[in-house]
Ligand binder design. Sequence first.
Ligand SMILES: [Zn+2]
Length: 213
Amino acid sequence: MVKELVNGFKNFRDSYFEKRSQVLQQLAKKGQSPKTMVICCSDSRVEPSILFGTGPGDLFVVRNVANLVPPFTSKDNVSIGSALEYAVKILRVKDIVVMGHAHCGGVAALCKSINNDKKGEVKDNPSDFIKSWVDIAKPALSKIDLDHNDANIEVTSERAVVLYSYSNLLTYPWLNDAVSKNSLEIHAWWLDFKSVMLWKKAQGSDSFIPMDF
Ligand SMILES: [Zn+2]
C-alpha cells in the first residue's frame, strides 16, 4: 500500500503539479490563506478535497474520530483548540463546516459506550483512548433512547453529534466573537455517501434538510 502512495505522489507531481505549478509555487512563497475550515471524521470514506473538488491551499482541515469539537473548557481540546485558534485568529477563515457522516464508527463506539455504562459493563471492549475520546460527546445523546428499536437511531445519533460539535464551536470566545461580528459563519453538515447526499442543519432548527443543487 505504501508503494501505491509513492506512485500516487509521482502521478501528482507529473500531472497535477505540472498543470498547477504556478498556484502551488505561489502557495509555497506566500503561505496559505484558506477561506474555509472543515472539521470531519478520520474515516477513510470522508475525503473533503475529493468531495468538494478543492485543491492545495483551499481548505484548512481537522479530522478526528467522530468529528468532535470538545467544549472550550474541556481538557481534551488542545489539538482541536489550537487548530480553531489558528484558523480563526491567524487565517481568519470565513466559514467553518462541521461534517458528520453515515455509518460513523466513532459515533457507534459512543453509543456502545453509553449502553455499556448503563449496564455497568465497563470492561467490555476496553480501549486505551477511543472510549474517553468519544465519551466527550455523551451529552449529545442524552435525550436519545438508544435502546429504542428505531431504524433511524444511527442517523439521529450521528446528526446529534454534529450539532453538539457545532454548538461547542460557539463556546470558544474569539470564535463566538467572530460569528457575532458576521466575519465568520459556522455550518453543520451530514454526509450520506451511500445515496451521495449532503444534508445541512436547517436555519433556526436542529433538523437536517438535504442540500439543494
Ligand atoms: Zn466517522
